[in-house]
Design a protein around this ligand. Structure first.
Ligand SMILES: [Zn+2]
Length: 169
């Protein structure tokens, strides 16, 4: 899962949003150009959409590469991660931003991991690296995580992020 450029992330988002291939909402055409600022333009009718509209990434001016990196960091970490770890590792400017990311990422990542639990073997239990939020800062959430399914969990997280309701925050 190498996401080294915005285009890598954009192509991944397109693949998650349109598993059978992109099509324009307006004319159903399947060809597009990738524009700046996370936008796509239909090659036929010229309709432009912003890929991050109504998603968890909507109100962020940070790159998708950084968001993808943060998600990957958390789901593959084998130790506890808190907001200041995120701030340091991602080079975020302020603790306040890091805390916002932390809460958002918690709400994005926990549901797919819980979903994964249902199909997991009991013996696969390992540490889930995000702490509980809201008054339980010191207690740990222990979930089952299956290393070989990182890609699958990552995809679920991105899917969840694309359907994210901003009112959740
Ligand atoms: Zn079109």
């Amino acid at each position: 899962m190498p996401f080294t450029s915005e285009e890598d992330c954009i192509r991944y988002i397109i693949d998650v949003r349109w598993p059978d291939g992109y099509f324009c909402d307006n004319c159903k055409n399947s060809e597009y150009w990738i524009l700046s600022r996370k936008r796509l333009k239909c090659k036929k009718c010229g309709t432009i959409i912003t890929l991050t509209s109504n998603t968890a990434f909507e109100q962020s001016n940070k790159s998708l590469v950084l968001w993808f990196h943060a998600i990957r960091l958390i789901i593959t970490s084998d130790k506890s991660i808190n907001a200041s770890d995120l701030q340091k590792t991602l080079g975020l400017g302020s603790y306040k931003t890091a805390l916002t990311w932390y809460h958002k990422l918690t709400s994005l990542i926990i549901p797919p991991v819980i979903e994964r639990l249902n199909g997991a073997e009991e013996t696969d239990e390992i540490f889930f690296p995000l702490k509980e939020k809201e008054g339980n800062e010191h207690s740990q959430v222990n979930y089952i995580k299956i290393p070989e399914n990182y890609d699958s969990i990552f995809r679920q997280v991105i899917k969840h992020a694309l359907n994210y309701n901003q009112k959740q925050i």
